[in-house]
Write a protein that binds this ligand. Sequence first.
Ligand code: HEC
Ligand code: HEC
Length: 247
Amino acid sequence: MKKALVVALTLALLPATAALAANPNVAEKKAGIEAKGYVWNSQEGGEKIEALKLKGDAKRGKEAYEVCGACHLPSGSGRPDGTFPQLAGQHATVIIKQIADIREGLRDNPTMYPFAQTLTDAQELADVAQYIQTLCIPREHGMGAKDPAVLKHGEELYKKECTSCHGETGAGDKAKFYPVLAGQHYKYMLRQVTEIRDGKRRNANPDMVKIVKKYSDHDLDAVVTYMSTLTMPGTLCPEKKGAGKKK
Ligand code: HEC
Ligand code: HEC
């Protein structure tokens, strides 16, 4: 709670027109995929490498997560409207990489940046990532329109070009930093793949970019529609009591 308050006060005290360069609440951009010689997931030191070496403590992570829940919700489910991604059950490695990228200015996220700064050090980053990884994946999330023709096209694309990294069930790969996509919101994923295709997500994986570069908006919609139906066995939240009435 204390930290949330500090952040709220910091934000309140900032004049709305504060010069960006001098603003501690705006990340300084680091060269990403738009730059020559970009290396995805560079292993050259920094906070990410430090946090990956540490053992995360989910209990401490739960406290650090409090401020995050304001946007990503206490359950980690985010919002189906695509504003805030689903986080629950994501690989700790992926969480660490994404937050470190955001803090370093390699992934642009002005909305979250000041809050990412509430994590005081690599240990707290490891802790919050460990906590998020232990959360169950909510059953309800934002899905695409279930047009059978679109779903079929999406399934074909996904099975042909995406499973090698993201897996049949959308489970990703913890050791390789490939994100879990099962349970993620349609609208969020559509925004991300579009930004990845168009070179706007600056920490993207170049091998994935090569694949989605040739996709039309229709292809992206189809593949994301299909991905939004994926479920990863053994990671879903238990069914609510009284729910589960099948028709
Ligand atoms: C003010 C709202 C807000 C708060 C608070 C916030 N986030 Fe976020 N977060 C976002 C938004 C918005 C995005 C997606 C940005 C985009 O579209 O690229 C995001 C993205 C992420 C991602 C990347 C997810 C992915 O699938 O790649 C992670 C990880 C994350 N947040 C973790 C956290 C953690 C941990 C905290 C607390 C320390 C936190 N966030 C606090 C708004 C917030
Ligand atoms: C070579 C491996 C690889 C392939 C193939 C691949 N991806 Fe990815 N994908 C990644 C990695 C790695 C990331 C995270 C990049 C980063 O570090 O920010 C990612 C991120 C994403 C994201 C954003 C996830 C998030 O939480 O923000 C979506 C959506 C996605 N991929 C969809 C696809 C689709 C659709 C395909 C097939 C057309 C595909 N990917 C093929 C490796 C791959």
